[in-house]
Design a protein around this ligand. Sequence first.
Ligand SMILES: Cc1cc2nc3c(=O)[nH]c(=O)nc-3n(C[C@H](O)[C@H](O)[C@H](O)COP(=O)(O)OP(=O)(O)OC[C@H]3O[C@@H](n4cnc5c(N)ncnc54)[C@H](O)[C@@H]3O)c2cc1C
Length: 410
Amino acid sequence: MVVGAGPAGLAVALMLAKKGWAVSVFERSSDPAAYDPGKGFMYLIDGRGQHLLRSLGLSIFERLVTSAVAMADAKIGVLTPKGLTERVNPIKDADRKSYWIPRHAFVGYLLDAAKSCENIRLHLDADIQDIKSDANGFHIKTGDGIRSASLLVGADGYRSQVREKLEEWDGKQGRYEVKKFSSPSAGLRYKVLTLPGEFELSTPKGVEAFSSDGFYAIRGVSKTKCKQKLGLIPVSQDFGARTANLITYEDDVVWEADTVESFKSYAEEQWPHFPVEKLVPEEELKRFAENRGGRFPSPQYCPTAVWRNEGAAAILLGDALHSLPPDIGQGVNSALEDVTVLESCLDSTATSTEAVEEFQKRRLPDVEALIRIVRVAAPFQYSQAPWRGRLWNASFLSRLLLNKLLPSVP
Ligand SMILES: Cc1cc2nc3c(=O)[nH]c(=O)nc-3n(C[C@H](O)[C@H](O)[C@H](O)COP(=O)(O)OP(=O)(O)OC[C@H]3O[C@@H](n4cnc5c(N)ncnc54)[C@H](O)[C@@H]3O)c2cc1C
């Protein structure tokens, strides 16, 4: 039984079904692949994600490649009041192509594959009332009755109900309590504006075309407020729309611009070179202004990934096990890599209980390393105070230098 039909839950269901398991997936929402304009973020599927997709069946991988934008092909542009400056993306290694795809489309591809798989039973709109564990297995109670299985997968995101249950069954010793770490980007607030896929703008340099498969940073120039940029991420023109991310500190004044009129006047002052009003229909501006957005999580992980009760085993995957701010786009790839590692553990051990123990041994060191990396990789890429970013860079570089000069000093 798998709880959660996000990328981790659907991928593990497909992997187990391929091995002949009968899998039940319980998903709280009625359609996990529905487009939510407030959370319309993009996934960059890298080599690790692609490796798993290929092993699940070529059709999912091919759907990704034909409907995504390869990072290496995307140009990069910056729009300021002086005009658009463009450059070619320096990443050109064809063997290392990563692909940009909207979350809802990616989950949709996995969901379609799960729906057409006879070993997978999907329970959408599932309201899990209780989960029990005994030596015979796990028992999930929903409004439709009770279902049981010997393997339980918690792939239910960063506020995981399964993880809470493991902590409860374990006698609240803290082994399943997440360890949280600080990061300069943790807690930043974000919201997402939907824009037309392609458009043209008059700029001081002439009429410029903004193609959907390019990155664009729309620089803010306000003199009285914190400068904020809108970040446009590449998307295939087939999706017909693209998203712009606004990522700010918790208390930025943009959050007070919560009506169409107040947001329009904010946008006029912040981005006079980017006619939001002309590009975005009134209805979407209203939704965006009123949207309270979300917050980037702190880098966090659960120190114990597995639970055993005689012949029954439970395991946490994806955000239920580790969640990260999106600075280096590792959330979805690390979730998919969890599934690859679990598959390899199942292949190299005799029983599923041994496989989950092996998973704990093999996966947790990588999870801990990922948490360490995300805290230093690129946490100042948003519209944060520039002096803080410079101070942070100076501190990082001096520590790196000291480490190279005196490697034996911890
Ligand atoms: C703003 C933002 C931007 C991001 N950008 C990126 C990015 O660029 N690249 C990247 O790799 N990652 C990004 N991430 C992180 C990424 O979204 C997650 O790491 C990834 O979705 C994890 O997949 P998952 O399947 O573990 O969890 P989720 O995608 O959270 O899926 C969990 C599923 O479980 C369901 N569920 C939850 N509770 C229950 C329950 N009790 N019962 C039944 N079902 C339940 C949910 O409805 C959901 O469908 C971003 C996250 C945020 C917030």
